[in-house]
Design a protein around this ligand. Structure first.
Ligand code: UDX
Length: 434
């Protein structure tokens, strides 16, 4: 099939490259000419493991193209995907749909023959109806269907999540669109991926419900971690103990500094807005939003406490800045709360992150960005781990001990074990463990 993908961000570029790798012919469109120019040089706009290789291969095999000209892309497309950003709107937390509406207006101009328009971006319930109205108003004559097809891609694992998804969700009441979507995802039949066909609004809500539930799970185990610290229990064992129950499942039960990223914070907020607008408040999710925000702020206090209650004039070596490992994304990263609070309390920060320092430098100043973990720790009064990068999991702890000017280690990702760190003579604190 011929696919037009509007938007070449985390969702559009990964989805476009994967559809091309399935054998479809995909043209990715972006208004940002410099982004398209860099893509023509195989320079990726985002860090996503394996994406550059996937793009390069499919461009070479002439299944993947990039352009700023939507007309060229949409003209003979069987499916036009809207994969533009839907950030939280300043002030009220609603999803900003201006890019989605602009794409709908543009598509309306260009439809020729039956066209299936697919919203891949995360959009509030009812957006598909609005897209349909925009197009219908502009082109009463046009033959088209608007379909919801939300993505469930985790940053850092997006290609795998696209190619081996737990399920594909398709929201439409058009039989013709259902047939086309089956054709589009046919390569996934090979591993019997369930394709769930629902009404469009149901599909839109599934996306928010999934992310909100995962955020609830994480926040639940984070609160269990605080309780564990108070009663001397071990949250990793609690997590394992409940996760072995098939009804609970063992994923997304790792306690940490609080969730961040481009989705959970945005989607939980948007869901609570939609719920409040419909007089059916989702109080659990409201609480999760509040608890998570407070948790990220409280983490600086945990570091200060571990360092004796006062960090003024002290130096802290921080390992990790991104909101999680395997990404350069800093959106709503806990480091954005923790580091400014430590600087405010008088600490000097030396920070290292394998991928996110460029992004971080756009958002945070007043700290020193260094070349590697050992440089961050050298001469510091404490080492603090904020992101669970693999390369922080097997540090030369003898070398760390020798170069720290104290023995304090605060591990907000539970990478190391309290027993082992105590044996090595560290004053080690972590999340939810004695
Ligand atoms: C998430 C959803 O997983 C994905 O399906 C959706 O399409 C986009 O949002 P992402 O935000 O990339 O993906 O990252 P994810 O791996 O889900 O982690 C989200 C946040 O939760 C991160 O801050 C991570 O550190 C945190 N987390 C995750 C935990 O604190 N504990 C866990 O056990 C898992």
């Amino acid at each position: 099939m011929r696919v037009a993908m509007i938007g070449t961000g985390y969702v559009g570029l990964v989805s476009g490259a994967c559809f091309a790798d399935f054998g479809h012919v995909v043209t990715c469109v972006d208004k940002d000419a410099s982004k398209i120019e860099r893509l023509h040089q195989n320079i990726m706009p985002i860090y996503e493991p394996g994406l550059d290789t996937l793009v390069e291969k499919n461009v070479k095999e002439e299944r993947l193209f990039f352009t700023t000209d939507a007309k060229e892309a949409i003209a003979d497309a069987d499916a036009v995907f809207i994969a533009v950003g839907t950030p939280s709107r300043r002030g009220d937390g609603h999803a900003d749909l201006s890019y989605v509406y602009a794409a709908a207006e543009e598509i309306a101009e260009l439809i020729d023959g039956f066209t299936m328009i697919v919203t891949k971006s995360t959009v509030p319930v009812g957006t598909g109806d609005e897209v349909e109205d925009i197009i219908r108003k502009k082109r009463p004559d046009a033959d088209f269907a608007v379909v919801s097809n939300p993505e469930f891609l985790r940053e850092g694992a997006a290609i795998k999540d696209f190619k081996i998804p737990d399920r594909v969700v398709v929201g439409t009441d058009s039989e013709r669109a259902r047939e086309l979507m089956r054709e589009l995802y046919r390569p996934l039949f090979l591993n019997e991926t369930p394709i769930l066909f629902t009404a469009r609004r149901t599909s839109e809500l599934i996306k928010y419900a999934a992310n909100a539930f995962l955020a609830v799970k994480i926040t639940f185990i984070n609160e269990m971690a605080d309780l564990c610290e108070a009663v001397g229990a071990n949250v990793q064992e609690v997590s394992r103990g409940i996760g072995l129950d098939g009804r609970i499942g063992n994923k997304f039960l790792n306690a940490g500094p609080g969730y961040g990223g481009s989705c959970f914070p945005k989607d939980t907020l948007a869901l609570t807005k939609t719920a409040n607008d419909n007089n059916t408040p989702v109080r659990i999710v409201d609480t999760v939003v509040e608890v998570n925000a407070a948790r990220k702020k409280a983490m600086a206090g945990k570091v200060i406490q571990a360092m004796g209650g006062d960090v003024s004039g002290k130096t802290i070596g921080v390992l990790g800045l991104a909101f999680k490992q395997n990404t350069d994304d800093m959106r709503d990263a806990p480091s954005l709360d923790i580091i400014p609070a430590l600087i405010e309390a008088g600490a000097t920060i030396k920070a290292f992150d394998p991928e996110a320092m460029e992004e971080a430098a756009k958002l945070m100043d007043g700290l020193n960005y260094v070349e590697n973990a050992y440089e961050a720790v050298d001469g510091a009064d404490a080492m603090v781990i904020l992101t669970e990068w693999d390369q922080f999991r097997a540090l030369d702890l003898e070398r760390i001990k020798a170069s720290l000017s104290s023995d304090i280690v605060v591990d907000l990702r539970n990478i190391y074990s309290p027993e082992d760190m105590a044996k090595r003579g560290f004053e080690y604190s972590s999340i939810g463990r004695p």
